[in-house]
Design a protein around this ligand. Structure first.
Ligand SMILES: NC(=O)c1ccc[n+]([C@@H]2O[C@H](COP(=O)([O-])OP(=O)(O)OC[C@H]3O[C@@H](n4cnc5c(N)ncnc54)[C@H](O)[C@@H]3O)[C@@H](O)[C@H]2O)c1
Length: 352
């Protein structure tokens, strides 16, 4: 490689500041943050000043038009994921777009078309896949230690954890609430561990049982009048190979814990529970005994976000396919959309 890769970041709010910028700074021997864009000009200017970045825009089309830029991070609210990603791919940039992939599965399909046409790389910000525990579980599953995984549970629930900021409560801008915010991560992890991205039929429900009345919230106050999305969603997915996936997700649920995030996979030879912050537990049978093994947490020098960015930059430099493939993120989008559709139609939805 001659010189450093030049990166442009579109949307410089929370995730850009907390994940993408530190992620690029962590590999500053390979990349340079070259341009920033946000529809809030003061925000973009402030970040640019902090980072010593010269090129600042309010329209992402101007950022992607810069010849010098190699890699673009899309860190906007969900409504702009597809247009910004497509513009960047069409301009010949590699793109890492935040989760959820888009506002709808249709938009995600358009992104995939642009990606295939571009010959560039596209990945989606599912950083939980880089967790060392998840990687360890994945290795065991790939080695066949779990047998046939016929049931899995994706869980992302909080007792009082509404992200009461930015566009998170705006249906038009985000496309949904906890399902597309945190449920999407749990679902991605679950399908990844199962190595199964072929949903067949989805039965889903979504609710607003608590938010509309107003309630205590650990993540900032909100006015129930501004709250346009669900506060909980549940789904049951029948996969094409017959496996079943259940999903529960909520920002506001009367659960015992502050928060549960993770996945559980159950196979013919072993089962595993991954709940973030707790040791992974694997149950299996060997030597005429049923064993319950608590796997000691592996430490990593990198957090998930840093690992994700470092991996993507290596993929760009080495021309490798990223761990999170756009087609896999599309499968998650299809399930999310089907859960909302199932709620509206009171029918199970066949995925095509
Ligand atoms: N991977 C994760 O775990 C994780 C965590 C948090 C957020 N996210 C995702 O990151 C995205 C942003 O979330 P956030 O927490 O940073 O929100 P945020 O509101 O803090 O930041 C979003 C920024 O995008 C800007 N923006 C909106 N539309 C734009 C456009 N058309 N062009 C340029 N800038 C635009 C906003 O002005 C804002 O500064 C969301 O899609 C969210 O789902 C991912």
């Amino acid at each position: 490689m001659s010189g450093k890769l030049k990166v442009g970041i579109i949307g410089v709010g929370g995730i850009a500041k907390g994940a993408h910028i530190p992620g690029y700074l962590n590999v500053s021997d390979k990349v340079e943050i070259y341009a920033l864009c946000d529809i809030i000009p003061e925000r973009a200017e402030k970040r640019a000043k902090e980072l010593g970045v010269e090129h600042v825009f309010t329209d992402f089309n101007d950022l992607v038009a810069m010849e010098e830029i190699d890699v673009v991070s899309v860190c906007t609210s969900n409504y702009a994921h597809a247009p910004a990603t497509i513009a960047a791919l069409e301009a010949g940039k590699h793109v890492i777009c935040e989760k959820p992939m888009a506002k709808t599965a249709e938009e995600a399909e358009e992104m995939i078309k642009a990606y295939k046409k571009s010959g560039k790389l596209l990945t989606i910000g599912y950083q939980w896949r880089f967790d060392p525990e998840i990687q360890a579980l994945k290795r065991h599953i790939e080695a066949g230690d779990f047998g046939n995984i016929y049931y899995a549970k994706a869980i992302a629930t909080r007792r009082r954890g509404v992200p009461a900021r930015g566009d998170f409560l705006n249906l038009e801008k985000q496309g949904g609430g906890p399902l597309v915010d945190i449920g999407t991560h749990a679902l991605d992890l679950t399908l990844y561990l199962m190595n199964n991205h072929e949903p067949d039929v989805v039965l889903g429900s979504s609710y607003n049982e608590i938010a509309h009345k107003g309630c205590l919230n650990n993540w900032g106050d909100f006015d129930p009048k501004d709250y346009q999305v669900e506060d909980a969603a549940f789904g049951l997915v029948k996969m094409k190979n017959g496996a079943t996936v259940s999903l529960e997700t909520s920002w506001l649920m009367n659960i015992m814990e502050d928060e549960i995030f993770g996945t559980e996979v159950y196979g013919s030879k072993a089962g595993a529970v991954f709940h973030a912050g707790k040791p992974v537990t694997i149950v299996n049978e060997a030597y005429d005994r049923v064993n319950v093994n608590q796997v000691v947490r592996r430490n990593s020098n990198l957090n998930g976000y840093q690992a994700e960015i470092a991996h993507f930059i290596d993929c760009v430099i080495q021309g490798k396919e990223p761990l999170v493939k756009p087609e896999e993120a599309l499968a998650v989008m299809k399930i999310q959309d089907a859960i909302y559709k199932s709620q509206k139609t009171k029918q199970a939805i066949k995925i095509v």
